[in-house]
Design a protein around this ligand. Structure first.
Ligand code: GDP
Ligand code: IMO
Ligand code: MG
Length: 421
């Protein structure tokens, strides 16, 4: 039994790509099984710097097979572009990248609808990536989706596409958009299918055989806990499950096979798009500049704030996280003092993340503890014990407050910048 899940404990972009790239060398299979090309996982290794949206981040190790499970929704143009850039970088993909025929395909009308819904919501918009993710997952659960498996018989694909275009055009036109034409989409998508066909294969026997023969699986979840459709800050969430249970349906892994769950947490907090971020910094230009980042998928600016224990503790509980992987400690080197949010107050009462809906979470007063900064460059340090005492104290305090062991701390984007504890 060797299935390890890596998942985000905050609002995504915790550094999952780096964590997967660090660990994948010891595994036989690395799989994606939730989300879609809304994800952007940054990997910095000997092949270069990659912002990967659909391919499992472990693909750079020649010994692993990369699986894309049926729980992933896929824009084929993005998949093909990614395949091309990996091939250009010298990564061999033959029989090493396998895509489930159960995976739902993001169609042009999904992207159009994503944009129209967001525009219609105005100030209340979710701030989606506009990649068609929500509408594709909505079609999946309302039995209107088109899966890779449907392309095997072009008449099945044509019939399903024709029906969907007729339905979707009514909505698109009603919302002020332009109707889409069947022929162009049919040709475009059959063209994508022809190119992706060599990669499409039912994963069930592969996963089952692997489990039976003691192969090691590393499961790469996308997004973060607070973007989960059920447990995140609804409606400012994404269209798929982002807590550990996603693996069971998204790839087809029996729950009892899961042996380890590693939570990735950034040493501070970021979020991109709308919705509450209790520790967000609005009034300190230096902190805003230091903690905000450019999003890997959309190029938007990620909002930034201090580490939020409430959020990461909730994530560890809901997913049953065994150990944390704490990223980007080096970024905090710039601060004289560093704050940790240890809890929330709302209307004079102490409250928890799970007590609140999004709108209440947006009104909480974070309770902060302040720790001294270390104000020195820690980027080259490879052994935790060599960190300045203030940096060690910060990590140990987070560990104590969250209540889960921090197994690894990272201090740079590259593969080597990691301290195992
Ligand atoms: P993911 O979506 O969880 O894979 O994370 P992203 O790749 O979207 O965002 C994380 C960003 O942090 C990327 O630019 C990484 O290269 C970068 N990163 C990861 N770990 C570290 C670290 O320890 N220090 C620094 N400075 N950057 C890091
Ligand atoms: P990774 O895997 C950060 C956010 C969007 C938006 C909300 C809904 O790189 O951590 P969607 O397009 O999914 O319908 O948008 O979810 N979001 C992410 N934020 N990292 C991600 O992925 C995200 N994927 C979706 O910004 O707020
Ligand atoms: Mg990301």
């Amino acid at each position: 039994m060797s299935v390890t899940i890596i998942l985000g404990t905050q609002w995504g972009d915790e550094g999952k790509g780096k964590a997967i790239d660090t660990f994948a060398g010891d595994f036989d299979y690395v799989a994606r099984y939730n989300g879609g090309n809304n994800a952007g996982h940054t990997i910095v290794n000997d092949y270069g710097t990659f912002k990967i949206h659909l391919t499992p981040s472990g693909v750079f190790y020649p010994n692993i097979t990369a699986l894309v499970g049926g729980g992933v929704v896929m824009d084929p143009a993005v998949m093909l572009e990614e395949i091309r850039s990996l091939l250009d970088a010298g990564v061999d993909l033959k029989n090493r990248l396998l895509i489930s025929p159960r995976s739902h395909v993001i169609m042009p009308y999904h992207k159009v609808l994503d944009g129209l819904y967001e525009d219609a919501k105005g100030k209340g918009a979710t701030g989606t990536t506009r990649r068609g993710i929500g509408p594709t997952f909505a079609d999946k659960v309302s039995y209107n989706g088109i899966r890779w498996g449907d392309f095997a018989d072009s008449s099945v694909f044509a019939a399903r596409l024709e029906m969907q275009i007729a339905l979707k055009n009514k909505i698109i036109v009603a919302l002020g958009g332009e109707a889409l034409a069947f022929d162009a989409i049919y040709d475009e998508y059959m063209g994508y299918y022809a190119q992706l066909k060599p990669f499409i294969r039912e994963l069930f026997p592969i996963v089952q055989d692997g489990l039976k023969n003691g192969k090691k699986f590393l499961l790469e979840q996308a997004m973060g806990t607070c973007l989960d459709t059920d447990w995140g800050t609804y409606p400012f969430v994404t269209g798929s499950t982002t807590i550990a249970s996603a693996a069971t349906t998204g790839l087809g892994v029996p729950p009892r096979e899961i042996s380890q769950i590693i939570g990735i947490a950034k040493s501070y907090t970021t979020r991109v798009g709308g919705g509450p971020l209790p520790t967000e910094i609005f009034d300190d230009e230096f902190a805003i500049k230091t903690l905000s980042e450019v999003a890997a998928t959309t190029g938007r600016i990620r909002r930034g704030g201090w580490f939020d224990v409430e959020v990461v503790r909730f994530a560890t509980m809901i997913s049953g996280i065994d150990a944390l992987f704490l990223t980007k400690l080096d970024i905090l080197s710039a601060f004289d003092e560093i704050k940790i949010c240890t809890g929330y107050e709302l209307d004079g009462k102490s409250v928890h993340y799970y007590d609140l809906d999004s709108y209440q979470l947006g009104r909480v007063t974070p309770i902060y503890e302040t720790m001294p900064g270390w104000k020195s460059d820690i980027c080259g340090i490879r052994d935790f014990v060599d960190l300045p005492p203030e940096a060690k104290a910060y990590v140990e305090r987070i560990e104590e407050l969250v209540g889960v062991k921090i197994g690894w701390v990272t201090n740079g984007p590259e593969r080597e910048a990691i301290m195992a504890r």
